[in-house]
Design a protein around this ligand. Structure first.
Ligand code: FPP
Length: 240
């Protein structure tokens, strides 16, 4: 790990659509699951870079609500990798002061994977150096509908009127990502320029950075390039 350069402005929260594992593997005559394995190594590097830069949160799109359409063997490989990732790195993640968070629906996630995530979330819950938010079985439309339904159920339980206007501060408490701050920088690798149902509420004023680099090749220097682009942006949040 080299020492990071200094930046005029750094994002507090970056979100990453980690695309291109399959293409990385195919280009090498490997299995798609080998691409995902190398993708997990890139997650390792990103966590260390984020720590040395002092970023607050990193959200990673690891499995979407639409990824269930993939072949069952690939789905299994991704969840097995997640379990292996957590089991082999949890102690070092904890020692580094990283907090693990899960955003997404718990339904359909294999029990063994849920157990690993829950263990990591519980063990690291008091860590404050960096939050790494694994978006697993995550879809933004599902998140928003689930949040709305939970909010209404809560109101019902507490005897609060259901037709009282909903304010954004109240609503946000029901999002999977709560209490993370809004996303400042959204990165998508592998050349595709779309959002794919990722953090639609949270990226309202995010800067967006697309790169052709495939996720397994996205190392420290690639992150610095994204941050160089970010520091040049003039963020106005609708103002002047
Ligand atoms: C997108 O690439 C990647 C995914 C859908 C899965 C992301 C998973 C990882 C980065 C590794 C899993 C590890 C952990 C710790 C969860 P793609 O497969 O769509 O690539 P392609 O567009 O080139 O086919």
């Amino acid at each position: 790990m080299s020492r990071p350069p200094s930046f005029k402005a750094l994002p507090k929260h970056i979100a990453v659509i980690m695309d291109g594992n399959g293409r990385w593997a195919t280009a090498r005559g490997l299995k798609r699951s080998d691409g995902h394995r190398e993708g997990a190594v890139a997650i390792d590097k990103l966590m260390d870079s984020a720590l040395s830069l002092g970023l607050q949160s990193v959200s990673l799109y690891a499995f979407s609500t639409e990824n269930w359409k993939r072949p069952i063997l690939e789905i299994r490989a991704i969840f097995d990798l997640l379990i292996e990732f957590i089991d082999s790195r949890l102690d070092s993640i904890h020692e580094k002061g990283i907090q693990i968070k899960h955003s997404g629906s718990r339904s359909k996630i294999p029990k063994s994977a849920l157990a690993s995530i829950d263990k990591a979330v519980a063990k690291t819950s008091k860590n404050r150096k960096l939050i790494v938010n694994f978006c697993l079985n995550y879809g933004s439309q599902d998140e928003i509908l689930t949040a709305m339904n939970r909010l209404l159920e809560d109101r019902k339980m507490r005897g609060k009127p259901l037709d009282e206007k909903i304010k954004s501060k109240e609503f946000e408490k029901y999002l999977y990502t709560y209490p993370l701050s809004p996303v400042d920088l959204l990165i998508r690798t592998a050349g595709e320029e779309r959002i794919s149902n990722f953090l639609l509420w949270q990226i309202a004023y995010a800067e967006v950075y697309f790169t052709d680099t495939l996720w397994p090749d996205f190392g420290e220097v690639a992150l610095w390039e994204a941050l160089r682009s970010y520091e040049k942006r003039i963020r106005k949040f609708g103002g002047l």
